[in-house]
Unconditional design. Structure first.
Length: 338
């Protein structure tokens, strides 16, 4: 039938038909090519969006009408339990979960629910530290004057007391010294750490450790082993002594809390490459919450204000060193570049 139609056409009609077919084929190629380019652009855009979603520091979920997850990024996968805590009836609010703070935003688009959770723990922590630091500094200044007077009176009382009563006054002086350490640490923390570098011998820190042990109030029969050696180092001696003092007191408190058998604290110095490493070992109670170790104003100790290790971290980092802990054998350590 098609052949009969073609035969019935004259030459002009055939040319028109051929030209029309040619244009149709060309348009088909153009449309096909445009579709191909559009499809490539779409896939490229989709890959770009997926990449952006993955690198976002925010947890992101997309839920279907039945609240099933149809899309989630890497951060969301790392915080699977967080989604269960989110109230889907609220559009924008803050949530505290597992010692962290999140800003939650919920958007409902057609039948989908988009949820984002942004970690704002650092901002919250800084706000709290600023307010708590301000209060702590004010209290420290208020406490400093009466403590100074009590310390002076205790010294006078010690010189006038009978020999049998001197140990009582000595305990009073140790208690005063503890309060003074807390006050000084609080003021140092709130003002910020500024180091004064000078050269001294490592063995001088051994004397500082011995003085710290003698001035601390504890009841266990603890064996102390201090292994330092002859080495000239450059650091802020007063601040490094404060670090050692805090680590030693933490070890003593851990032993007293655990009532350890054969209680022992070992302070050991060693060299590794271009660093001095000082470790403080003890066989006291294990670290209860590793996430809170260097957090300011947070402590699991029976006695303590939660500033010691946080301040130690500031001091060591200002010296361009590192501070940390190991669970087995239990010890806190810090490094100082030589």
């Amino acid at each position: 039938m098609n052949e009969n139609i073609l035969k019935s056409l004259d030459s002009n009609e055939k040319e028109v038909l051929q030209e029309g077919l040619k244009n149709l084929i060309e348009q088909t190629y153009v449309i096909e090519n445009e579709y191909k380019i559009l499809n490539e652009s779409y896939n490229s855009l989709r890959a770009m969006v997926s990449e952006i979603i993955e690198v976002l520091p925010t947890c992101l979920w997309v839920l279907d009408p039945k609240k099933n997850i149809i899309l989630q990024n890497h951060q969301a996968l790392k915080n699977k339990n967080l989604l269960e805590q989110i109230d889907l009836d609220k559009e924008h609010y803050e949530l505290e979960f597992e010692t962290k703070f999140y800003t939650i935003k919920i958007i409902k688009q057609s039948d989908k629910t988009i949820i984002s959770a942004t970690d704002i723990s650092d901002e919250k922590r800084n706000e709290r530290l600023a307010s708590m630091g301000s209060v702590a500094a004010h209290l420290a200044h208020e406490i400093r004057n009466p403590i100074g007077s009590i310390s002076l009176l205790a010294s006078t009382l010690f010189s006038r007391s009978e020999l049998k009563n001197k140990h009582i006054v000595l305990e009073i002086q140790k208690a005063i010294a503890r309060v003074e350490r807390i006050v000084n640490s609080t003021l140092l923390f709130t003002k910020g750490v500024h180091i004064n570098l000078h050269t001294f011998n490592l063995l001088e820190l051994k004397e500082e450790c011995e003085q710290a042990i003698n001035s601390y109030n504890f009841y266990s029969n603890i064996e102390f082993d201090i292994s330092f050696f002859d080495l000239e180092i450059q650091a802020d001696k007063a601040l490094i002594s404060l670090v050692l003092q805090n680590l030693i007191y933490n070890s003593i408190d851990a032993i007293e809390e655990n009532e350890s058998k054969n209680p022992k604290v070992q302070i050991k110095a060693s060299l590794k490459k271009e660093n001095l490493i000082i470790e403080v070992f003890d066989n006291g109670v294990q670290i209860k919450d590793e996430n809170l170790v260097f957090e300011a104003f947070k402590t699991t100790k029976l006695k303590g204000n939660g500033l010691g290790l946080c301040l130690c971290k500031q001091i060591i980092e200002t010296h361009k060193g590192e501070i940390g802990f190991k669970k087995e054998p239990k010890n806190f350590y810090f490094t100082l570049p030589l």
